[in-house]
Design a protein around this ligand. Sequence first.
Ligand code: KDG
Ligand code: MG
Length: 413
Amino acid sequence: MTSIETAEVVVTSPDRNFVTLRLTTDDGLTGLGDATLNGRELAVVSYLRDHVAPLLIGRDPHRIEDTWQFLYRSAYWRRGPVTMAAIAAVDVALWDLKARAAGMPLYQLLGGASRTGLLAYGHASGRDLPELFDSVRDHLEQGYRAIRIQTGVPGLKAVYGVAATQRADVTVGDRYDYEPASRGVFPQEEDWDTRAYLRHLPGVFEAVRGEFGPELPLLHDGHHRMTPIQAGRLGKALEPYDLFWLEDCTPAENQQGLRLVRQHTTTPLAIGEVFNTVWDYQTLVTEQLIDYVRSAVTHTGGITHLRKILDFAAQYQIRSGMHGPTDISPVGMAAALHLGLAIHNFGIQEYMKHGARTDEVFHQTFTWKDGRLHPGDEPGLGVTLDTDEAGKYPYQRAYLPYNRLTDGTVHDW
Ligand code: KDG
Ligand code: MG
């Protein structure tokens, strides 16, 4: 019987921090799992190194469900982003390993392809409309066939989702594209005013539809900042512009709050990038209060658990919209692509390109064609980790920003 011989946690910071678990068996097979938790990376490193890795040595790598249940239940302390990211890394590494052992791309073990490719959306942004239009055009040229729209709001100096390269206020650290985390010893402070945002946003979508026509799927992320009644108002105001989805309109820990939003708008809703188990979705799914599940494989206990969430959601005609920003590593992205290709209720995949240094650390085999992603047909996830290259980039402290209202009150970011 084959068994796990080593469980290494690799921390690297090529363009940003990534945490990767690498399992190796006594017969020389390896598997990779992503354990990156933006701004709290080292908590997961410790959870894995100090508490989980010693439990894995000598285990049968093929017992994926059993290992998942063992790690979830034997800890006694359940759920939470750190625990579930650590379990996810083990789970994905085991699936990678099993698929490599079988000589198959992972999606074949998950039931085979349900489609030829995965529609993906990219992030267009700008401080004002001309900058936003340029960014939309640039994304269309890159081949995107669905685009998220984020803009500056008059009177606010820094707004979530506006690319760092376009933001005059960003001075700390080295960031790329829209990446919100900044390297440094303290989080960046941003400002927020929901009334100003609600006044501004419908006009932005009117202008984008006017410029780019009715067909292009458009998305928007509210990033947890509204109350349910404010979200209902925004959803209603955006209805003429036919959004693919409005994401994270409220901080959805209060799942019942979404009833109020639903009563007021038919704009489709996506939620869940900060969720980590099926229990976060219980009311949202059974009452059909959302249309898309935003969870990432990386933050939701891996393929084993996210598949269960998505199968549950499928019974209610709710589809996947897996989180795919740059803080999901190439390993986590590959896991999302294999799962998305296999499930029936795939909706859309978020896709942000990683930086050049990241691509040298993680060698990837996915393809990008006509606005669609495909995980490729290499055995396993199709990603290899170059540990020499990874070793060139030690961890660098980095934080996500936080928000204050104009009167100084801390607000949801
Ligand atoms: O780490 C936080 C980011 O992943 C998050 O802010 C990105 O909201 C996000 C999105 O939709 O990609
Ligand atoms: Mg989001």
